[in-house]
Structure formats: C-alpha cells, structure tokens
Design a protein around this ligand. Structure first.
Ligand code: KG4
Ligand code: ZN
Length: 481
C-alpha cells in the first residue's frame, strides 16, 4: 500500500507553481488515497529549516530544561512501540512548511506541504524573515490538515517529531513552537529530528530491506554530504562541501539563465537541459586533484556565470521569450552544467564507496536523497556508480527527496522506538521561551582521512554533531546502570 501511495506522490510537493497547500491523504481504514490541492486565500511570502533527537533541549530565558534523553520503556508500553505507533512530523527548516502523519509500519497516513515558491521567485532565494512569516501564517492549517486527512485527532498520536536543525533559526522556531503546543495539548512525547538524518532515513521507509550499515549521499540546497550510516544516530562523515552545495549551484544557474524559479531552480535546469548538448560548453570538473570525498560547487558556479556572460544572455528576459538561438545557448549551458555537476558527484561517490567498504565491508546499499536526488539524470548516473561497486541504489520517490514531513515523522519514529524522546512540554509555556535550535549541526563525526585542506574552517556556533551527542548519551546511560 505504501508503495502504491508513493508512486502517486511525485505530483505534489515542491512542484507547486502558486502559493498553496497540497496534500495526499491515505485513509487508514479504507486504504483510499486522495490528492487534494487548493489555493490559499492569503499570499504566502518566502523561506526555511531543522532536526533527531536525543537532545531536544529547550532553554527558558533564564532557567534550563535539559530534557530527558533515553527512556527505558515500561513493559506495559511495549505494545505502543510497534505498528500502532502514529507520529506527526513537522518540518519548517527552509522554505516549505510541511507536516505528515506516519504509522510505525511505514504507512503514510497524510502528507501536507505549503510551498513558498512565489516568495522564492520574488526574492531569487530564501529570505529568512519573510520565510518565517510565511511559516507562521500557515503552520496551524498545515498541521490541522495533516490530522484531518488522516482522519485523526491529536489524541490518536503517539508522539510529535520536529526538525530542530540544521536550518534557518527563525524558521525552525516556528515548527518547534507548534510541535510543542501540540505535544503539550495532548500530553505527547516530543522527538527533535536532524534534517539531514531525516533525508537519509526516509529511504528505510521506502526500502524495507535497507538495514544498517549503509552509505548515503545527501544532496540539497544547503548540504552536500556523503556519510557512512553505522546505526541509528551514528554516522561517519566521509565528505562534505568546502563551499556551496550542488542545489545552490542549480538554483543560481536557473536564476542566471532566466528560468522560472517558482518551483525552485533544480527542476527548471533539469527540464531545459533536455533540449541542450551536454558537451557543448567546456566546464572543468571541480576538485579533480583532491584525493578525498569532498565537494566544491562555488568554482563551477563562476564558470557558469562567465559562460552566460560570454553568450550575452539576459536573465531578465525569461527563457520563454528568448529567440531560438538564445534558447539553444541557454539549453546548452544548462545541459553542460548538469553533466559536470553530476560528474563531480560521481567521482567523489566512487571513492566514498571504496572508503565505506573498507570501514564496513558488509554494506549493500547506497542511499541518494535530498532535493537534488529527485533529478532523473542524477539518479541514472549514480545508479551506474552503485551497480559497478555491487551496491543497490536506493532513491526515495521525488516528493520524499525534497523537504517533507514524512521524513521527519519517520525519523522521529525510529528514535522514539529506541526510547529517544523528550517528555511532553508543560502546559502554557511562555511565548518568550528560547528554544535550543541547531542551525549549524553536523550529522556525523568527520573521517580523519577525509579532511580537506581546501575547506574554509567556519567553526563558529557549530553544535556538537548528532553522533557525538548520542554517543555521549549512551555512555552516560551505561555508567548509570
Ligand atoms: O532537500 P531540499 O528540498 O531542501 C534543502 O534542504 O535544501 O533541496 C532543495 C534543493 C534546491 O536547491 C532545488 O533546486 C534542488 O534541491 N532540486 C533539484 C531538483 N529538485 C529540487 N535540483 C536538481 N534537479 C531537480 N529535479
Ligand atoms: Zn532538505
């Protein structure tokens, strides 16, 4: 049933041209699937993001609440920790307001996304303040719709999961505040989710046989990560970007080529690239001589900008109004950029697989997820790389690759099952509560061999990694027992 549902899913989500809410609902009792779309009456402004949870610690303005970490589950509760678990997931880390309800067996009961596409087009990127306002305007409705579509009320839920990082602090706050209100009203435990872990783990909802350890390439607008997933919450970071992520390069290329940004830049470049000659513009593949698994897209962005200037392409003239020749130039640049951007992923992934197999010879799967993984060319090329190394590629369906509430609910479920959650928040929390959000929050511990000299070491205000927090937590548990 889940699979059938997922094949229906790509129609929704980010591919919204107008500010609106779209959602898929599957009635748990009837097994029916419906797809609704409707326009919002208010105009949605722009942006933003957050993440799991051993440490959803919320700070009051003065005093601290450390939050409970791992709970041992009373025997009477074990029945709760099976297929009957029902978790609400809330995602507001970047430019989409999303909520979903997922059952312990992976059944998606509802999925709702309000896109800020119009704002993205208007500002040419994510503007934190406008994004925060947009999230605040729709968050109540998005969560209520998720409950309604699933034919549930808050009383039917087992827990609430919410992204707490990485992402834009202002935006994360909206989701966390809402999650705490729901959890407090219905006396529910709360699970803080790492956005990038959620991108990786949603693959386990899609592919039942995907077990730890596995490797994952996570490619989005803000992150370019290749990790080895040892077990839940335990990751080794094999590589990351030294500057920009691939999604950022797609977005800028789209903007400079005068493409329609209302469904984000990536899909627009992918579509135009189909018309172009991918070998016509000679772009250099980044970091060819670096024998590591790190990425860099800033230089490729510059190469694209120079190629656009050389052809005197005017971004203010939309591609739909361009002459045939102008359109061909734009398509050639889009196709050539996409080829080289993906070639860079391929080269680094090949090495990362070798490293991963040395560290964990039993791995059988490579997950590719995050917004850019919805690109068909990316999926096709990386499938070849995985197959050549005897790994099976697991790519979630496109609407589960881009930001969504399902991945948050599912990751919340995974942590909740092992007792990693915080207790229900108290009633009537003050509005000036300062939450422990993690805008800059690494997923795993860096693999020493993979450290890059090219990396700009911006370490200010970086939170300890999810992996180190969970490890420290487990050690603490062991010493206490
Ligand atoms: O994971 P995501 O939805 O949000 C972040 O966490 O950033 O990823 C968004 C990124 C954007 O840069 C968007 O342009 C890119 O994913 N993207 C694509 C495609 N669909 C979304 N890039 C290339 N091809 C696509 N089809
Ligand atoms: Zn994302």
């Amino acid at each position: 049933m889940v699979r059938r549902f997922l094949t229906l899913s790509p129609a929704i989500s980010r591919l919204n041209f107008n500010p609106r809410i779209s959602f898929l609902a599957a009635s748990p009792s009837l097994g029916l699937q419906k797809h609704y779309n409707y326009k919002l009456k208010t105009k949605i402004p722009t942006i933003s993001l957050i993440s799991p949870s051993s440490a959803l610690n919320f700070r009051r303005t003065r005093s601290y609440s450390t939050g409970t970490r791992v709970h041992s589950l009373p025997k009477s509760e074990t029945s709760k920790f099976d297929d009957n678990l029902v978790v609400l997931g809330i995602e507001t880390s970047c430019d989409d307001t999303a909520a979903a309800i997922v059952r312990g067996n992976g059944e998606i009961l509802s999925q709702v996304i309000s896109s800020q596409a119009e704002l993205l087009a208007q500002y040419g990127g994510v503007a934190p303040k406008q994004a925060e306002e947009a999230h605040s305007r729709v968050i109540d409705k998005v969560v209520q719709d998720a409950l309604d579509c699933a034919n549930l009320t808050g009383e039917d839920l087992s827990a609430v999961a919410v992204t707490i990082g990485p992402g834009l602090g202002l935006c994360l706050r909206v989701g966390v505040q809402k999650a705490r209100r729901v959890a407090s009203s219905f006396n529910l435990p709360i699970v803080g989710v790492h956005h990038m872990e959620a991108h990786a783990l949603v693959a386990r909802l899609v592919e039942q046989e995907l077990s730890f350890p596995f490797m994952a390439l996570l490619i989005s607008g803000g992150h370019n990560l290749v990790v080895l997933a040892h077990k839940l919450g335990q990751y080794t970071q094999l590589g990351t970007t030294v500057d920009d992520a691939i999604g950022e390069a797609f977005d800028k290329t789209a903007k400079w080529l005068g493409l329609d940004m209302r469904r984000s830049g990536g899909p627009a470049v992918e579509e135009l690239a189909l018309e172009g000659d991918a070998n016509s513009v000679k772009f250099n593949v980044p970091m060819k001589h670096h024998k590591d698994c790190n990425f860099s897209y800033a230089g490729l962005k510059t190469q694209v900008r120079l190629a656009i200037e050389a052809k005197e392409i005017d971004a203010k003239c939309p591609v739909s109004c361009a002459t045939n020749e102008d359109r061909r130039h734009r398509a050639d640049i889009a196709a050539s950029f996409q080829r080289v951007a993906v070639l860079h992923l391929e080269e680094k992934c090949e090495r990362a697989i070798d490293w991963a197999l040395e560290l964990e010879p039993s791995i059988k799967h490579m997950v590719v997820s995050g917004g850019v993984a919805s690109n068909q060319y990316v999926r096709f090329r990386l499938n070849d790389i995985a197959q050549n190394k005897n790994l099976k590629l697991v790519c979630p369906p496109p609407n589960l690759c881009t930001d969504n509430g399902v991945m948050v609910a599912w990751t919340g479920l995974e942590h909740f099952r092992v007792g990693r959650f915080d207790p229900p928040p108290p009633a009537n929390e003050p509005d000036d509560l300062v939450y422990d959000l993690r805008p800059r929050w690494p997923l795993g511990e860096e693999y020493a061999q993979g450290r890059s000299d090219a990396r700009s070491l911006r370490t200010a205000r970086i939170h300890p990694s999810l992996t180190s927090i969970i490890r420290a937590d487990s050690l603490l548990q062991q010493t206490q027992t």
